[in-house]
Design a protein around this ligand. Structure first.
Ligand code: SAM
Length: 287
């Protein structure tokens, strides 16, 4: 999630200088428009990310409302959604494990980007999304309603570190557990661009000393949440896939590591794990 600064994108504008009518380029702005423009410029000059300035951003085929301090979805996360979709599309209509319904749990939903994208692409999917931030929960609910997807999404204010029991009680085993958790190593927080450090929720970024604080908790709870052969899909720091495999080997028998997937820049970015023992012949892919 760190390859591009959230201040650099211009996708949501959809406007190029060549596409403007010639007359518009020489037209004077009204007093009202000038004031509006200054307001936006002042916000951006304070280093507010452009996504917060214009109050919306595109994620895959969705336009989502954005509001500080809720985490701004990054382009890599679109690839995480593709991974989950490829697996779930293969499952739909076939055996979906113990649960008859295709269901997904997202830990740390932020603006709702991942869950809402999955729901938009898979009409038979139902999702549960949790987050420790009340701002994130409110924004996910707002985005779900704007997109007409609220009927298949349940959103809860839950901190997985503190309220594990509450989360477990929500999950009639689910087919997939997906998360783009806070995964920065704490010492890297000081190297962030001002746009990120000043405006985004630090709890969305800081994953503790080794960046694995929330990830370990998700994996510990996963066997109780997933249906048989259900999978966990994680977006992580490129240093994490090996650390996660080592931790899993030392701490868990109910889950096995399936593979590491690289992001578009070739960095090991996504981890897929599965409930159940590994097929003896299968060696995890140590990217
Ligand atoms: C990196 S952001 C990802 C947001 C969104 N899924 C996305 O990809 O745009 C991580 C999210 O996890 C949430 N989070 C952090 N710690 C958590 C915890 N202990 N329990 C639940 N959610 C947590 C944060 O509030 C934040 O919204």
């Amino acid at each position: 999630m760190w390859t591009r600064s959230p201040s650099l994108g211009f996708r949501s504008f959809g406007i190029k200088i060549e596409s403007l009518e010639r007359g518009k380029l020489t037209e004077f702005l009204s007093q009202e428009k000038t004031e509006q423009m200054w307001k936006l410029c002042t916000r951006r000059l304070s280093r507010m990310p452009v996504q917060y300035v214009i109050e919306e951003w595109d994620f895959r085929d969705l336009t989502l409302k954005m509001r500080p301090p809720v985490f701004i979805p990054r382009p890599e996360t679109e690839e995480l959604v593709e991974l989950v979709l490829t697996d779930l599309e293969g499952k739909s209509g076939k055996d979906v494990g113990d649960d008859a319904q295709l269901t997904c749990l997202e830990v740390g939903c932020g603006s709702g980007a991942i869950s809402l994208s999955l729901l938009k692409s898979l009409p038979q999917l139902k999702a549960i999304a949790v987050d420790q931030s009340q701002d994130a929960i409110a924004l996910t609910r707002q985005n779900a309603i704007r997109l007409g997807l609220q009927g298949r999404l349940q959103v809860y204010h839950i901190d997985v570190m503190k309220d594990a029991e509450a989360m477990l009680s929500l999950c009639n085993p689910v087919s997939a557990l997906v998360s783009n958790p806070p995964y920065l190593f704490s010492e890297d927080m000081m190297t962030l661009h001002p746009e990120i450090y000043r405006f985004e929720d630090h709890a969305a970024l800081d994953g503790g000393e080794d960046g694995l604080k929330v990830i370990k908790q998700i994996l510990t709870l996963a066997p109780q949440i997933l249906s048989n052969h259900g999978r966990v899909y994680l977006e992580v720091d490129p240093r994490h896939p090996l650390l996660i495999q080592q931790w899993l080997k030392a701490n868990m028998v109910e889950m096995h590591y399936v593979k590491t997937q690289q992001d578009i820049s070739g960095r090991p970015r996504f981890c897929i794990l599965q409930k159940g023992k590994s097929n003896k012949d299968h060696k995890p892919d140590l990217d």
